[in-house]
Design a protein around this ligand. Structure first.
Ligand SMILES: CC(=O)SCCNC(=O)CCNC(=O)[C@H](O)C(C)(C)COP(=O)(O)OP(=O)(O)OC[C@H]1O[C@@H](n2cnc3c(N)ncnc32)[C@H](O)[C@@H]1OP(=O)(O)O
Length: 407
């Protein structure tokens, strides 16, 4: 197999790199979207492959942090824009680019790498495991809530998208302290990805921002179904791309607001956590449907001691974990001593209590998968009976991790 040498793209190669992404993702960006992509890319974090003067493979990374159980954060390389031309697939280009991205992340001192996988079969081999999950739900308009909002829950006001970033950013930060898995945002990300009022096409409203003292919803109203000249739209959907609510009052107020918008037939809530408390608010369970549920953030652990020290642990546990990995920095036996006062991971020659793969350890890092679940699925092998049961209450989080941003 050819030995590829991924390298950062030069500024004048950026368009050629994004062209490769367009081909690989079967898309055509408008000139405005291309310009936004160009301005967002962190050029020094790109790793491309050039063959005979032409870019044939692309990858990039966002410099981010991700929230952890217990309210802390850690730097994370957000791997993105992974694309290989269809003429060059299965010749090791992704493998070479991934190695280059991971090396760069390590050089930058990032203990974690994360990504959204286009296909679930690709990234396990590189040590990534699904660490958070997401769901999309639909609620009928006017669905009664168990506890309807009252004036005491506080008012909601609509704010212009152009003014929203400084108002929403502190609430988003509070959400990060509340749940693991939420990725940090730059000002450009807020402006170009979250608050960009670019119509998706068809019949739709402008993007609206509903603001509460303890939360917000970003939504538009979209007519779906047959919209031909003589036809009425069959559905008018309030699509909430993002809803952050930090108190019971904010949850009642924002859900009550969205489900009572006139002329709409239903509300769709996108990118919700799988234990969404908003679902508990709907009085009749049949008024809420889960439309879609999938993996969200895939995580790879680059620095285990840093992760174990930074995340919160709900209970004491001490055990030796043997990690199966092709990554020498992770493979081998580690003694974990964790508890509410902190955690430490140190190399040990001691006998293993539990054996598991790097990707499966990554899937429990944020609390999205339980150690007991891994054991039950045969993904963890217990060498000391009861060791997994001891780790389980320590690693669990009271609330499911949540990743709002698709990148
Ligand atoms: C984080 C993100 O950006 S996610 C987006 C990923 N990009 C896409 O989905 C766009 C369309 N697809 C592509 O561009 C390419 O097919 C990629 C990037 C998925 C794979 O690139 P390639 O250069 O073909 O991968 P590479 O040759 O390095 O494969 C490495 C291994 O992964 C396997 N693999 C690669 N892609 C896939 C896949 N889609 N499904 C299953 N296995 C795969 C290969 O078979 C190979 O296995 P082996 O080591 O046992 O031989």
């Amino acid at each position: 197999m050819t030995s590829w040498s991924p390298r950062p793209a030069a500024a004048d190669e950026l368009d050629a790199m994004l062209d490769v992404c367009d081909v690989a993702f079967h898309r055509a960006q408008t000139p405005a979207a291309r310009e936004r992509s160009r301005s967002r890319v962190e050029l020094d974090r790109t790793r491309i492959v050039v063959e005979d003067g032409a870019v044939v493979a692309s990858s990039g990374a966002w410099t981010r942090t991700v929230s952890l159980p217990g309210g802390g954060t850690l730097p994370m390389a957000g791997i993105t824009l992974v694309s290989v031309l269809p003429t060059h697939r299965r010749r090791g280009l992704l493998s070479a680019m991934m190695a280059a991205q991971i090396e760069d992340a390590r050089d930058r001192g990032e203990p974690l790498a994360g990504l959204w996988a286009s296909e679930g079969t690709i990234y396990g081999r590189f040590g990534f495991g699904p660490a958070t999950a997401t769901r999309r739900t639909a609620i009928a308009r006017g669905a009664p809530l168990r506890t309807p909002p009252t004036a005491a829950d506080g008012p909601i006001r609509l704010v212009a998208t152009a003014d929203a970033h400084p108002l929403l950013a502190p609430l988003h930060e509070r959400a990060r302290a509340d749940r693991a898995g939420i990725v940090s945002r730059t000002a450009a990300w807020w402006r170009q990805r979250i608050l960009l009022d670019e119509p998706p096409g068809g019949e739709h409203s402008a993007l609206h921002v509903a603001l509460h003292a303890d939360g917000y919803a970003i939504y538009r109203v979209v007519a779906a179904g047959d919209t031909g000249p003589a036809a009425e739209p069959t559905e008018v959907v309030v699509q909430a791309a993002e809803l952050v609510a930090l108190t019971p009052g904010a949850r009642r107020a924002l859900l009550g607001f969205l489900t009572s918008i006139d002329l709409a037939t239903r509300v769709e809530l996108h990118e919700r956590p799988v234990d969404d408390e908003l679902a508990l608010l709907v009085a009749a369970p049949q008024d809420l449907r889960v439309l879609h549920e999938s993996d969200a953030l895939w995580l790879r652990i680059l620095d285990l001691p840093a992760l174990v020290a930074a995340r919160g642990w709900a209970a004491d546990a001490a055990l030796v974990v043997e990690i199966r990995s092709e990554d020498a920095a992770l493979a081998g036996r580690w003694r974990l001593e964790v508890g509410p006062d902190g955690g430490a991971a140190t190399r040990t020659a001691g006998a293993a209590d539990v054996v598991l793969r790097d990707r499966d350890l990554a899937s429990i890092a944020l609390g999205g998968t339980s150690p007991i679940g891994l054991l039950a699925a045969g993904l963890a092998e217990e060498r000391r009976v009861g060791a997994t049961a001891a780790l389980d209450p320590a690693a669990r989080t009271p609330r499911a991790p949540w990743t709002i941003d698709v990148f």
